[in-house]
Write a protein that binds this ligand. Structure first.
Ligand SMILES: Nc1ncnc2c1ncn2[C@@H]1O[C@H](COP(=O)(O)OP(=O)(O)OP(=O)(O)O)[C@@H](O)[C@H]1O
Length: 241
């Protein structure tokens, strides 16, 4: 269970308030789409939850751990168990897609493994399975510098899944993908949410959000103005989107 209360964040030199009072509870297995006009704070919210931004205020509890009050254990938990996927996936361009998936992110992998690139042979099959699931089997041996933006994003998702992420925070993961590939990626994530209890928070276009997410949040004035489960948005709720 993830609980956030009164999250506030101001940005820039003039300290413009972007997030003013964000609060929610999330159960394992939820697939949340963040919606809202440009500049409404969707990326800022994901970055705050990934602890890539310092919070100005707010309470944050994950599975009973108070993240703010136990900075060391709390932050380690988030860095190990949560994956944050930026709009431009952070991958090693000189290594293949497969190696990127196997080696993992700096926060999830022992240093010696990052440095040497050594992996256990039994990890190999799992990585190939995940690349296959995301439609990347034929790209596994290519360096990620040779992949498109969408392919890199899917490698980053495969990497998060292989390393057992419990929560994925993904900023516009299907932007730039062709419609069929985008649907495949979102269907994979949706199935993982249902079958494994993975939690996903992501920024998506509204059409895809309504088809794939189990919960829709509309951000406005620094708050979650609408929190909708199991249905589409009404015309009133989508007024400013
Ligand atoms: N580091 C920063 N310095 C100054 N302003 C910032 C910073 N980060 C974000 N902002 C501003 O905060 C506001 C919210 O930005 P954010 O990227 O979170 O919005 P968004 O809803 O994700 O927008 P979009 O849909 O266009 O990606 C914007 O006005 C943005 O310019």
């Amino acid at each position: 269970m993830i609980t956030v209360e009164h999250l506030a964040k101001a940005v820039g030199e003039d300290k413009a308030p972007v997030l003013q009072d964000i609060g929610f509870q999330l159960e394992p297995g939820e697939f949340v789409a963040l919606l809202g006009p440009s500049g409404s704070g969707k990326s800022t919210l994901l970055r705050c939850l990934a602890l890539r931004e310092k919070w100005d205020r707010g309470n944050f509890r994950v599975d009973g751990t108070d993240i703010m009050k136990s900075p060391f254990a709390g932050k380690r938990k988030i860095r190990r168990e949560w994956a944050y996927l930026e709009q431009n996936a952070e991958l090693n361009p000189n290594r293949t897609a497969l190696k990127n998936v196997l080696i993992g992110q700096a926060s999830q992998t022992p240093l010696w493994r990052m440095a040497t690139g050594m992996v256990r042979s039994d990890d190999y099959m799992g990585a190939m399975d995940q690349l296959d699931l995301l439609g990347l089997l034929d790209k596994a041996k290519l360096k990620t510098s040779q992949l498109s933006g969408g392919e890199k994003q899917r490698v980053a998702i495969a990497r998060a899944l292989v390393h057992g992420a419990k929560v994925i925070l993904a900023d516009e993961p299907v932007t730039g993908l062709d419609p069929k590939t985008a649907e495949n990626v979102l269907e994979t994530l949706r199935n993982l949410c249902k079958e494994t209890g993975l939690t996903v928070l992501t920024v998506l276009p509204i059409e895809l959000a309504e088809r794939f997410a189990s919960r829709l949040w509309v951000l406005e004035d620094g708050r979650i103005k609408h929190d909708v489960k199991g249905r589409r948005l009404t015309s009133q709720e989508r007024l400013h989107l």
